[in-house]
Design a protein around this ligand. Sequence first.
Ligand code: BG6
Length: 462
Amino acid sequence: MNKFPENFLWGASTSAYQVEGGWNMDGKEASVQDIRPPFPNTTDFKVASDHYNQFKEDVRLFKELGLKAYRFSIAWTRIMPHGKLNKQGIDFYNELINELIENDIEPIPTVFHFDLPASLHENGGWENRKTIDAFVQYCQVLFDHFGDRIKYWQTINEQNMLVFAGKVLDGDKSSWKSVFQKNHHMLVAQAKVMKIYHSGNFSGKIGPAPNIACVYPKSENPEDMLAAEYMSALRNWLFLDAAVYGVYNHMAMRILKSLDAVPIITDEDRQVMKENTADFIAFNYYNSMTVSAPETSEGKTDRGKNQQSAFSIPGFFKMENNQHLQNTVFSKWAIDPVGLRVTANQIYNRYNLPVMITENGLGQEDILTVEGKIHDDYRINYLKAHIEQMSLAIEDGVEFLGYCPWSAIDLISTHEGFRKRYGFVYVNRDDFDLKDLKRYKKDSFFWYKNVIQKNGLQNVGE
Ligand code: BG6
């Protein structure tokens, strides 16, 4: 049970708006996350885990944890508030990146994680083609300032979930037509950014970071299999085919036609997508999906309830529960470690590019004991089962670069507040009481440290 390459990147993840706080400090513009009302019984993202002010202490903890990599996102709103370069934003990420490198932790940035600048949002957001140019300009600034030290860049976090669960992730409730036009602009923006990266003098790799989940047919009925293939095409391959092959997946396109959601695609768009593709694939994996063939092609289509929930498209697929799997306490997401092995193999089969898991984890309420301990064996069990399956996928032959579970430190969930915790490090605050924001190491911290030290699960003794 120890099939990990010597240089395997054992890491952990966060995203800017969920961890940083300092939402208006040092010239930062508000993002869509700062201007939307918080979900009922949750807090806003304005203070988050106060990482903006405490990042040095946090990196010290990451070092103690033994992380070889830290996957974080850069806030567009710090770097280019209202479209103007902000030196203080550059300074912050320069300091963070340098601090990581000094501590032998590979910095793995995502350039956009659900936090579009409010000024761009007010001008139509991704529906406006001008946002493509703003994104390219922003990324050029990132490459110019940090490109000398970054080996792995990720473009857009979970672009597919912005499409299917935008309501929860960035407040987007628009129609299928409009959301697939936005999606198209993101795909073009991503291709253009890969172009400027590849034409610069950089030695790193760049790739997308979608949320990929294998889709099971509910039964052996061939119609159910077809339904699973349709969902996979729409939810998964549409995004990876575009990033890796530079084309639209044909089965996904068939669904877009039936939804009257085919975007306007120019010849130049097609060319830029075709000519500029990814070097590696980062993907987030939390759970699998199960579907059956719908009895009728009539009915209401709905975008997903949240990013890990299934959804149905009449005429193509209908979401189902999987009786073989247990669900998480929050949101009832199907826990499926074997699905990770299936998903990784599917991706590698299709694209033959190295892969990296950039999110995987269990959100649960934790209890801080009077002795300052957090006994999160549920999280250890979840991660252990997924790491086991990742090692089997490596044995299958999948080329894995690294594993960055969600999350390095407690942060705010996209829509379920601070009480839904994922971190190896506990942050002492509640949804509405900021307390002292002190950091505590959870049991999972010590467990994961041991996994990293042993380069896998062998002899860890659990
Ligand atoms: C992923 C996102 O979809 O899931 C993260 O990239 C998010 O930003 C994570 O936090 C867990 O989801 P949630 O809804 O529990 O925060």
